[in-house]
Design a protein. Structure first.
Length: 289
């Protein structure tokens, strides 16, 4: 048996070891929480990942940025047609979309998100203390995208309004565009987009639906009286599945790669995962239109 002194020393050693293990566990949990929060900031575009930093160093800090004078709209008016899991996926795609524009050497001058309501709005509000509100060069509307041209008509038709009212209306109408310059991108259209043009507005359907809805965005564009076109994906990647539907961020990344290279082929092959078209696999590309 141990002496009282030896027992006391053993108890003290055991106590120290127990506290050491507790401290290590707390430190481990703190590191995990710090890593989780950083990943969330990166996803929301508020922080650059190590891979992005390395990429910028290799490219010499990315070179000069030459913004492309056009607007991209993400139409979020399909909230009621998605499951909770699809809403979550869509919100992540929005963050990737913003990050892609922020990183680009030829970014679009503005990203506009319309019809922000329902569960999509609630989820964005909860993520990183509504971090989406801090995204630069973006605008968020609760209204539909037709406000782009309807606001212009209303403003022009109100000459008797006070100067203060006109000023307030102008502040909420910064992203106005003539209806003839607005184009909806959808794989269901028979018309093909040849090139992006300065001054035009390109709408991406903000929906993650696993291809459940046919002609959803096409019908909406027709009802709005605007042109609908599909990306020229079949011209460059003919062995993709017949239903050439991509995620929201993939569509945007293809657009922004075109602004950088002016080459659809380079844009498609640099964005679409190789597994989608190698070996003629009959895999479906999920996501928005």
């Amino acid at each position: 048996s141990l002496s009282k002194k030896a027992q006391k020393k053993a108890r003290k050693a055991a106590y120290i070891q127990e506290k050491k293990l507790e401290r290590r566990m707390k430190e481990k949990e703190a590191r995990k929480e710090k890593k989780r929060k950083r990943a969330e900031r990166i996803e929301l575009g508020e922080e650059v990942s190590e891979d992005e930093r390395a990429h910028k160093r290799v490219k010499g800090a990315g070179g000069p940025r030459m913004p492309f004078n056009a607007r991209v709209v993400v139409d979020l008016g399909f909230d009621d047609k998605m499951t909770e899991k699809e809403i979550s996926s869509l919100v992540s795609q929005l963050a990737y979309t913003y990050s892609a524009n922020r990183r680009s050497s030829a970014p679009f001058t503005q990203l506009l998100f319309t019809s922000l309501n329902g569960r999509t709005f609630e989820r964005l509000e909860k993520m990183n203390d509504a971090g989406y509100k801090r995204w630069g060069s973006t605008e968020w509307w609760h209204e539909e995208y037709d406000r782009l041209w309807l606001d212009e008509a209303v403003t022009a038709a109100g000459p008797e309004e006070s100067e203060e009212a006109r000023s307030a209306k102008a502040d909420t109408s910064r992203a106005r565009a003539p209806q003839s310059t607005v184009v909806y991108l959808t794989a269901d259209s028979a018309d093909v987009l040849e090139e992006l043009k300065d001054g035009e507005t390109y709408i991406i359907g903000g929906i993650c639906d696993h291809n459940r809805y046919k002609n959803l965005c096409l019908n909406k564009a027709t009802a709005s009286g605007i042109r609908a076109v599909q990306l020229p994906i079949g011209r460059y990647m003919s062995n993709l599945p017949t239903r050439k539907v991509l995620t929201v961020n993939q569509v945007f990344e293809i657009l922004v790669r075109w602004t950088e290279t002016r080459d659809w082929g380079v844009a498609f092959y640099s964005v679409i995962p190789k597994r989608k078209f190698q070996g003629g696999e009959k895999q479906r590309i999920e996501g928005g239109e």
